[in-house]
Design a protein. Structure first.
Length: 389
């Protein structure tokens, strides 16, 4: 373990061993889980308990017992008894396994606007869950207590894909959202959840950094209803220095989702001095317009100091307004201001007549006047996922 890992382990230990059980209790979900799902042990904890290993998908065998992961652009080459960079996938005797299938560490029922999705069934509830792990490390990670850890450092529970779908329906949520951490690293669980949710007439949503290889992405695209991508910045320098990743695969993910006709929204966390220049806002807007289409929603979201990036202030609202203005001037139809409750930039406006068709107050929908997915004043269609499956 290097010095960075040791610092992170010490920093998170007291929070993680009981933190996510508290999340579950606070969400009111423990009672539901207790009715049909038995909590399982954590993996390799000091008391010796272990998690079951589930066969991973998207990998190949190599010589001398190594495997190569084909899930994300890191393409980790993993020796026997070692794990990939995400920390949740392990080589055992030349076979590759995931340690987080059916092991959520956080469950809540959220408004879909919290994800945020603004063009997906406004006001609907999303049964939201996460398993541990991530394949990049953003210095500004908001959920680092569960994303920047290994499975053995956080309390998890046993919940099958069918159990997820059944609980969602029981809670009256027409949407299941794979969110909070990075669902790419638990893609097998995501895929199986989406299949089971579909059988019950539920939509499955993915909230992701988009750092994924094309083959697994194309498979997931066949079972997902909508995807929100966190586009961190428009420069490779930012991705390398602030996230430990690369930009190009994320842009390719967005292009593929467009080709596969999966409803997609983009969130940009605007961080003062790091990704808040007019040039970058303009480059982002032009990429969306040219490669994805004018109707793809872009959310410019306010940064709050977190994790390893606490030396910068919150994003000035004026900067978010500037980003939105530039996006609209470049021809995007739906640009939003995020994390600023009550701001006019929270609303959805008809791009033809300017009428407010969805009025929001924080994470709540105050009014939705859409008629069959169209503006009630001029009849212009507003793109999105508006109906139950």
């Amino acid at each position: 373990m290097n010095a960075h890992d040791e610092e992170r382990r010490l920093l998170t230990k007291s929070l993680l061993l009981g933190g996510c059980a508290a999340c579950l209790a606070g969400s009111g979900m423990l009672d539901s889980l207790a009715e049909g799902v038995v909590p399982g042990p954590t993996v390799r904890t000091p008391d010796g308990s272990t998690l079951p290993f589930t066969p991973a998908r998207w990998w190949t065998r190599e010589e001398q017992g190594r495997v190569q992961c084909g899930l994300c652009p890191r393409e980790c080459r993993v020796a026997d008894r070692e794990r990939g960079a995400c920390g949740v996938r392990e080589n055992r005797g030349g076979e590759y396994y995931t340690l987080v299938h059916s092991r959520p560490c956080s469950i809540h029922v959220d408004p879909v606007e919290k994800k945020p999705f603004y063009h997906v069934m406004p006001g609907a509830s999303a049964f939201s869950l996460a398993a541990p792990g991530c394949n990049i490390e953003c210095k500004f990670c908001q959920n680092w207590q569960i994303a920047q850890v290994r499975p053995e450092q956080v309390t998890t529970m046993e919940l099958s894909p069918a159990g997820v779908a059944q609980l969602a329906r029981k809670k009256g949520a027409p949407l299941v959202a794979c969110t909070y951490t990075e669902p790419v690293v638990w893609a097998e669980y995501v895929q199986d959840i989406a299949i089971e949710a579909g059988r019950l007439g539920l939509h499955t949503l993915l909230v992701s950094n988009g750092y994924i290889q094309q083959d697994p992405l194309k498979e997931l695209a066949t079972v997902l209803s909508a995807v929100k991508i966190d586009l961190k910045a428009m420069t490779e320098t930012f991705y390398k220095e602030s996230c430990g990743g690369t930009l190009a695969p994320v842009l390719e993910t967005l292009r593929t989702l467009r080709k596969k006709e999966v409803w997609t929204e983009i969130v940009v966390l605007v961080i003062p001095t790091l990704n808040d220049s007019e040039e970058e806002f303009r480059a982002l807007a032009r990429f969306v317009r040219q490669d994805l289409g004018r109707e793809v929603p872009v959310h410019f979201t306010r940064f709050h100091p977190a994790y390893r990036l606490r030396n910068l202030p919150r994003t000035p609202v004026a900067t978010l307004e500037k980003a939105r203005d530039i996006a609209m001037a470049e021809g995007l139809h739906f640009a939003y201001v995020g994390n600023v409750p009550g701001h006019p930039g929270n609303h959805t406006y008809c791009p033809k007549c300017g009428e407010i068709v969805i009025r929001r107050l924080g994470m709540s929908v105050a009014a939705n006047t859409l008629r069959n997915g169209a503006c009630p004043s001029c009849g212009h269609p507003i793109p999105g996922l508006w109906r139950k499956r």
